[in-house]
Design a protein around this ligand. Sequence first.
Ligand code: SAH
Ligand code: SF4
Ligand code: F3S
Length: 470
Amino acid sequence: MVYLETFGCQMNELDSSRMIGALAEIGFRRTDNPGAAEVILINTCAVRDKAEHKLYSMLGRFRELKRERPGLVIGVAGCVAQRDSAALLKRAPYVDIVFGTHNVHRLKDFLDKAATDAGVVVETAFRDALEPEEYAFNEVAADARAFVAIMRGCNNFCAYCIVPYTRGRELSRRSADIIAEIERLARSGAAEVTLVGQNVNSYGANSGGDCSFPELLRKASMTAGIKRVRFMTSHPKDISDELIDAFSEAPNLCRHMHLPVQSGSDGILKKMRRGYTRDEYAAKARRIRSLYPDMSITSDIIVGFPGEGDKDFEDTLGLISDLRFDNIFSFMYSPRPGTEAAAFKDHVPAEVKAERLRLLQEAQRGITIARNGALVGTMQEVMIEGDSKTNARMTSGRTRCGRIVNFPAPDGYREALGATIRVMITGAYANSLAGEFAGQGQGRTPGQPALLNGLAWAAAAQQRDGLSNR
Ligand code: SAH
Ligand code: SF4
Ligand code: F3S
């Protein structure tokens, strides 16, 4: 059995799904008890210091298991492994396999090698090809959703960010390979796909891609069986009119855009090398909202970037109250060794960062609750994803704008993962909505009753035998 922990972003979630799928081929089942596993894998994130701390305390616990069972294989993948395998092995010499972000598809070879070699297996080379076989084992999660990588890497080098160093240069996959993968996932029960990349708007603008991103979205949204298409993350500087138009052309493109703004201060945006001003960003966000009033726009914000003064932070607070994001993810700046900003001298004290984070989160909480509240009394299409995490008697799903809705499901619907239904929204909180079942939805696949689709998906999910990564 294999135990797998995943840190970080949707790219890592996807890579974890590929690992579980590849191991299932050679007979491994997933367990959520590390004590019962012959193989323990940790898929790591290096974007902030906190995730690295968690990794090392977790490794410490697994070391104890290895003392009891020397045959246990411990593998570390992802961005920490990619960035500095030597430092990792120095701190955790009992690790057996270290492999980086471009070598996920070779996990089986690494396990073979670890079984015969006495030494540690390390593979962190960058590769400049992206072959369809690399994604052969990407799986549909139990909730009928799947991630599809459309590109890899990032060329933006924002001053604070480690990602270009851990994922390498941008490379797009051929559109035919991407569509073939979506078709395969749809046949295995996916009702929703999320096209992922660090910077999806540059799909096709680098080597490998053969159409524009909006064109890829149109193609993806026409795949039989797929009811919902999402994507992330788009860089605000690259949002084109063609992309904005795609929302009116592709009916199953969900009404949600994650558009990380990072700061509301022009001076800080410039130092971050984001490539847009506050006004340029705001104009794009307003245009999207005016064309699609039901569009949810979420964002990422970093507080305490080097040199951020009180005025800069007030500009950020001003921006969120102007634009009223549906939600934000906010972080304290964390210096990443090797990035441009780590060498800046004007670091903001930790307690100032913490206070700014608190103020920002408090301000956004009110906005989020108000925006969620505006949906009370509306009818929403919800895709059923499973039992509610907070109340086992409730069923949980997501609106097209990406909000979680908890509702009591009638008999037969509870297990219909991937089915779309109609829900009347009756309550709004900071992290979810409450609703009442109001009937079967249209689905987005003409001619197919949504519930029947859902039951087929539920059957496919059962066949997958709980191997999903969520
Ligand atoms: N590719 C995506 C984001 C990748 S990282 C994009 O460009 O938008 C996800 C988020 O982590 C970023 O949007 C940023 O807000 C945050 N982040 C990245 N590096 C960070 C750092 N050094 N300290 C704090 N937050 C950081
Ligand atoms: Fe990091 Fe910037 Fe690339 Fe996003 S666009 S991954 S924040 S360097
Ligand atoms: Fe983390 Fe790597 Fe993603 S650093 S955010 S797992 S690209």
